[in-house]
Design a protein around this ligand. Structure first.
Ligand code: ZN
Length: 74
């Protein structure tokens, strides 16, 4: 499941978010594992771009890092 913008929670419509092409930073995060196989240095690159709701027409810029997405309405 992906985090959705706050505004979609209060929107009474069935929001459908469409994501445009994203831009991803390309720093190298060399994997470091502990003895249990957990990666201690996960990929921290940031993907950002625009998305919009085809139902209510709202638009956001989004930013995703470590699987967490934040949004800002535009
Ligand atoms: Zn919507």
């Amino acid at each position: 499941m992906r985090t959705m913008p706050e505004e979609t929670k209060t929107c009474g419509k069935e929001c459908r978010l469409m994501f445009g092409p994203g831009r991803t930073t390309c720093a190298y995060y060399p994997p470091v594992y502990d003895k249990h196989g957990n990666n201690l240095n996960p990929d921290g690159n940031v993907t950002s771009g625009d998305c919009s709701c085809g139902t209510c027409g709202k638009q956001w810029v989004y930013s995703t890092q470590y699987g967490e997405t934040t949004y800002k309405e535009i």
